[in-house]
Design a binder for this molecule. Structure first.
Ligand code: FES
Length: 101
C-alpha cells in the first residue's frame, strides 16, 4: 500500500446511488445525481481545473432523504437537496479556495 496526500485541491463526490428496493426513498440517482455529476464535470473542464479538481460519482452517503448529495473533500463540506441551480454556488465555493486554484 502507498499512502499519500490527495493529489486534488478539491474532490467533488456526487451521489448517484439508486436504492431499487426502497421506492419511498429511491436515492440521489433518481433525483438527478448523475446529471449533476455530468454538469459539474463539464464546468470543471471549462474552468481549466482538470488535474486540480476531480468529480467522481459515489454510492450512498447515508443521507438519502436529503439528496441529491454532493460533498467536497478535503474541505469537508456537504451540500444536500442540490439542484442544477445550486451548481454556481458550489463552483464558487471551490473557486474561492485558498490558496487560489
Ligand atoms: S442514495 Fe444518495 S445519500 Fe443515499
Amino acid at each position: 500500500m502507498k499512502k499519500q496526500l490527495t493529489p486534488y485541491r478539491c474532490h467533488i463526490f456526487v451521489c448517484s446511488n439508486i436504492r431499487a428496493n426502497n421506492p419511498e426513498n429511491p436515492g440521489c440517482g433518481t433525483k438527478g445525481g448523475g446529471e449533476l455529476k455530468d454538469l459539474l464535470k463539464k464546468a470543471v473542464n471549462e474552468r481549466g481545473w482538470k488535474g486540480k479538481v476531480r468529480v467522481s460519482t459515489t454510492g450512498c452517503m447515508g443521507l438519502c432523504g436529503e439528496g441529491p448529495n454532493v460533498i467536497l473533500y478535503p474541505q469537508e463540506l456537504h451540500f444536500s437537496a442540490v439542484t442544477e441551480a445550486d451548481l454556481p454556488a458550489i463552483l464558487e465555493t471551490i473557486e474561492t479556495l485558498k490558496p487560489k486554484l
